[in-house]
Ligand binder design. Structure first.
Ligand code: HEC
Length: 110
């Protein structure tokens, strides 16, 4: 019993200093199914929801109001001139069905 009481302040400290949520988790949520694909294809390494990484944030890409078809085209054959100040993205090979899911999500993102 005494041992448990002694641990209590430590537990309180731990909960108080819980690290803040990483920036990607703020803003609109990425559906789990889409997040799985972004991880699987490595997109998440360069793109985050509300933070510029190597590539533009998803919300900035969504703001371009591309059609899903156009997004699929740009991922397969990037046009770096669309994003001055960024390094060019290399062509990404994504299975059609997966690309449709990612593109569909991006067109609905606000
Ligand atoms: C190595 C980093 C990197 C990876 C991995 C990456 N991107 Fe990009 N992406 C970029 C950069 C940098 C840009 C902006 C420059 C460009 O378009 O060439 C960009 C641009 C984009 C654009 C905007 C295209 C346009 O012309 O407006 C889309 C959509 C996109 N990426 C989707 C994806 C998807 C989907 C994946 C995963 C399959 C992915 N990216 C993986 C770095 C990356």
């Amino acid at each position: 019993m005494n041992k448990i009481l002694a641990l209590l302040p430590l537990l309180l400290l731990l909960t108080a200093f819980k690290p803040a949520a990483p920036p990607q988790t703020t803003g609109p949520d990425i559906p789990a199914e889409v997040q799985t694909l972004l991880d699987k294809y490595g997109c998440a390494a360069c793109h985050a929801m509300n933070r510029k990484l190597v590539g533009p944030m998803w919300t900035d890409i969504a703001a371009k109001k591309y059609s899903a078809k156009r997004i699929a085209q740009l991922v397969a054959k990037p046009e770096p001139s669309n994003w001055p100040g960024y390094v060019p993205m290399l062509a990404q090979k994504v299975a059609k069905a997966d690309m449709n899911k990612i593109a569909d999500w991006l067109t609905k993102l606000k």
